[in-house]
Structures are given as C-alpha cells and as structure tokens.
Design a protein around this ligand. Sequence first.
Ligand SMILES: [Zn+2]
Length: 367
Amino acid sequence: MKRKRRIKKKFIIFSIIGLIIILGIIILVMFLFNKKDFKVTLSDDLDIEINSLVKVSSLIDEIDNGKLVDDIDIDTSKLGEKDISIKIDVDGKKEDYKFKVNIVDTIAPELTFNEEVYTTVGDDIDLLSNVEVTDNSKEDIDVTLDGDYDINTVGEYNLFYIAKDSSGNETKKEFTLVVEDNVERTSKGFVIENRDGVTYIDGLLVVNKTYSLPSWYGDGLTSETQSAFNEMEADAKALGLNIYISSGYRSYSTQDTIYNNYVKVDGQKEADTYSARAGHSEHQTGLAFDLNSIDDSFTYTDEGKWVNANCYKYGFIIRYPKGKDDITGYMHESWHLRYVGEELASKLYNNGDWITLEEYFGITSEY
Ligand SMILES: [Zn+2]
C-alpha cells in the first residue's frame, strides 16, 4: 500500500513538471509566433556608380514591419564591394541590418578639345596641351594620341584623342590637325606677298588705303599699261571717240604735294574721299591713269560710256565704281582706270556690275 502511494506521488510530481515544460514550450512558441519579424527587400541593382550621390533608401524597395532609421549617404569614393550597415526601427526597437553594394565605374572619361587645330608647316605643336580630360572616377587619366601626321607637309590630318580609365571605359574622339603653309592670306584665301614694301595679292600689285608703296617706287607708266592704252585709244578713235591720258604716273612726292593741297582746301576727312595720301596712290604704281576731264561729267560722255563698257577687253578696270565708296575708300571715279590684265579685268567687269579689287580679293581699304 505504502509503495503504491509513493508511485502515485511520483507520478503526480512528474506530471506537474511535464505540464510546466509543455506550458513553457507553448508560451515560447506563442511568443515566437507573436514576435513581429522585419524584412528588407533590396533593389535588384546594387551597382553604384563611383562618386555618385546615393542615399541608402534608394537601394531599398521595401521594408516589412519596420522602417529605416537614418537615410545615410553611401560613401561611393572607392571602387569595389562595400558593406553597408543600417538600422531598422521595429516597434521602437532598433535592429541592425547589413548588406553589400558594389561601387563600379561604367562611365567613360570626357574629353574637351578643339576640333580643329592649326599650325604652320615645320612648326611642331604639343597636341596634348589642347585637350582636357575629366572622369567620374576622379583618377588621373593620361590622354594618348592616335594617328599619323607630318608637320613638314601641308595638309589636314584626322587624328584621335584616346582616354581610358582604370575600369577600362574608353573615349576616342576625332579632331583635325591643319598644317598650313606659312604665308599670309586674305579673307578669301589669296596669298599676300610683301616684296620690299610692295604688296602683291595673288601676284597682282595692290595699292589702296590699307596697302601702300615705298617712296622710291615707280618711274612712269609700265610698258604693258601704255601699250594696252594705245590699243584702246586706237579702237576708240576708229569709232570717232577721243580718249587721252590727262594724269598718268605720279611720284610719291608729287602725290604728297597734291594731297596736302587738297587737305588745305577741304580738310583731311574730305580730301581722303577723293585723293590718296602719298604712297597710297595708284598713280604711283604706273598701272593707273585718269582719262579726259577728271570729273563726273566724263561718266556721261560717249567716251565715258564706251570706256566703262569696253575697257576690260584691254585689261583695264574702273577702279572706283559707283556705289562702292565704302569698299574702295573712294568716291566713284569713271575716269580712273587701273591695268590688271584681261583675265582679271573680265571677271571684275561682271557684265557691267563692277566688282572691286577689295571685294574680289577679300581685303580692306582703310587707313
Ligand atoms: Zn586717278
């Protein structure tokens, strides 16, 4: 009986302990099931461009049962994998959360340069001084040159600048190196030569307000000018027209006297519209002359009309045509002819709508 009671007592104690354990497990399981668990869903793309401004929130698609505590800026200054630690607020409790991002460089360097670089033949040039490189990686990047050119040969060379960053992003840009001859040219590309103070443009002697002659230059009409005039005069005569040279070659000192007399009478500003300063007169070239009456009345005579329409056939041009005062620097002079040769004279005649030397060559006439 006694033994039976003892067994019963043990059974009760074990049952109670077992019940406590089972209850404990139930409470624990209930607690675990009841506990809120947070879940972070990260963005699909965790590659971040180097040196870009990225907030951690932009890498998180969703947080279940919690919210981000600090929306920190990610340090994107170094390439490679990077650990990110953030805190998630779960019902007032701050939980740690870690993940990895990859700092990458997928952007190629940018090049700033002149698309056309000019140099003169034989004058070597540091082509790399013309280019600047910038890159998101902020690393020092060397620019290299690709292509061949010969600094001693006039021409246009297509070359390339190449810049490559440490991630292998490459930029290749074309530019043109223009190697020019070292001669001076007008705005229309005609070669300007200065020989002993005398200016030749495309081989033609040019005198105007911009280009002058030295005081020693000239000694009368050139033989070409004289014989072209003789031919023109003879043809005019056959038509019953009388043309004659009333003022031909004028020396530097003669022009100096003439001009200064005009200045005394009309003042310099006015004198400059019809008379050339010494050294700037075409009369000193021996290639120009004035016909008949040296005034506007000549325009309306039969001789004046015939000369205007025919002088180009003999190699002459009306040097100061009507309406071109601002271009030639002189008022219209129907009587002033300049020898330029038949080929150029025909072009400048332009069916009676005279083109000036200034327009044709692309030069100025200004003191
Ligand atoms: Zn004249």
